[in-house]
Design a protein around this ligand. Structure first.
Ligand code: AMP
Length: 145
């Protein structure tokens, strides 16, 4: 399955935050949208970084609550791994497993075209397995309509 197939059903909406947003604002945004990460972007389209709940937890543990007033740019990851819509679901699974992150922005011509989370990966894997199981069951029982 291609990433473009996943985006067709889930949509291309990506929550972005500007690099100067205080971490406190990021926390509110993550909670409001019920998500675990946001792309850091100055113009809402290009990827300058990514920041996830893990970055917030790590910064809080290392520097204490004062970090909530600091800009998001102080806790973001700037070396962001992205994929194109032509990538396969397996490519994203491999990236997430190798690098131990749960979000991968999708980019076309350096502009955001969506984001795939580990939740999307698991959902689509389960759907694929269910469809295979149902085809096999029909084959075994002779129901090939
Ligand atoms: P996550 O598992 O997505 O919450 O992120 C774990 C760590 O990886 C955090 O430090 C994130 O900033 C970073 N991270 C998340 N997604 C990516 C990505 N696509 N490329 C590089 N780093 C990432």
């Amino acid at each position: 399955m291609r990433i473009s197939d996943i985006l067709r059903t889930k949509g291309d909406n990506v929550v972005t935050v500007p690099p100067d947003l205080p971490v406190e604002g990021l926390v509110s945004k993550l909670a409001h949208h019920r998500i675990g990460a946001a792309v850091v972007s100055r113009d809402g389209a290009t990827v300058d970084g990514i920041v996830s709940e893990r970055d917030v937890v790590r910064a809080l543990a290392e520097r204490g609550p004062a970090v909530l007033a600091e800009p998001v740019s102080t806790i973001q990851t700037t070396q962001v791994r992205t994929v194109s819509p032509e990538a396969q679901l397996e490519d994203v699974e491999r990236l997430m497993t190798e690098h131990r992150f749960r979000h991968v922005p999708v980019v076309v011509d350096n502009r955001l075209a969506g984001v795939v989370s580990i939740g999307d990966v698991v959902k689509n894997r389960i759907d694929e397995l269910e469809s295979e199981r149902s085809t096999l069951a029909d084959y075994i029982t002779g129901d090939r309509s």
